[in-house]
Write a protein that binds this ligand. Structure first.
Ligand code: SAM
Length: 239
């Protein structure tokens, strides 16, 4: 089972637990794509001052979220709203923190782009794409947010990256290609989990490169692209 109900709070997965550590105290949180609403319920049970809105676009997960809120008697603290992405919040909610987790990077990017005008009051975004974190760092770098922390965790054989960004006055485009790919803070830390992730990625890309090279009509652009990425990975792993 994904979680079990304890006496007081839901037991979160390692991934959601890590995300929870980045949510500021006494927040008004919007968790977009909340599914069971475990994260907002956990936060509101742990932090008596916290309030949360959980957004869901699908009816099944929306109903599951409503049920979790009922189970924990959090109706006055966690509001479940049915709708697409950030459209479920408005300026009067005064949301300060947005979490979007457990989805592909393209979907997270789409939600952020479509809901940009809903981010006026949002001083922190915590984003956890399941794939292609590079795309999310690129989004942050092109907007008025700056990465202040990152984490990489391994759970059930999967690697997850968490990107924490705070609002800044001006967009600076300060990340290098390497930092966008690996994460500026993850690159500094080079944890064992980080190394394992990139060793796996190197192995995967080497196989892809060999397949592309051995194709009847090898795609020169693709080969160059893969070679460049592999060179970067090798450089980072060798230091
Ligand atoms: N955030 C939770 C987590 O990290 O464990 C749940 C992740 S679950 C895999 C993704 C959820 O996002 C699904 O329940 C899905 O219905 C919801 N979702 C997908 N696109 C969405 C959108 N545009 N707006 C709101 N929710 C969305």
């Amino acid at each position: 089972m994904y979680w079990r109900k304890s006496m007081e709070v839901p037991i979160l997965s390692k991934r959601l637990m890590k995300i929870a550590t980045y949510i500021p105290k006494s927040p008004i949180l919007a968790d977009i794509g909340s599914d069971h609403a475990y994260l907002p319920c956990y936060i509101c049970l742990k932090d008596k001052e916290a309030k949360a809105i959980a957004g869901e676009v699908r009816i099944g997960p929306y109903e599951r979220a409503v049920q979790t809120v009922r189970n924990y008697q959090l109706e006055n603290k966690v509001e479940i709203r049915l709708g697409n992405g950030l459209e479920i919040i408005s300026e009067k909610d005064q949301v300060c923190t947005v979490t979007i987790a457990g989805m592909g990077a393209s979907l997270i990017e789409k939600i952020l782009n479509e809901g940009k005008n809903k981010l006026k009051t949002v001083s922190r975004v915590i984003l956890q794409p399941n794939t292609n974190s590079e795309k999310i760092r690129e989004w942050v770098d092109n907007e008025t947010y700056r990465i202040i922390d990152e984490a990489i965790i391994e759970e059930n054989g999967q690697f997850y990256e968490i990107i924490v960004a705070n609002k800044v006055d001006n967009c600076k485009n300060s990340l290098s290609i390497k930092e966008r790919l690996f994460g500026p803070i993850l690159l500094e830390q080079k944890s064992d989990v980080f190394k394992r992730k990139w060793e796996r990625e190197r192995h995967k890309l080497t196989t892809v490169l060999n397949n592309v090279k051995n194709a009847k009509e090898p795609d020169a652009n693709k080969i160059q692209q893969l070679r460049r990425k592999l060179d970067l990975i090798e450089e980072v792993l060798s230091k």
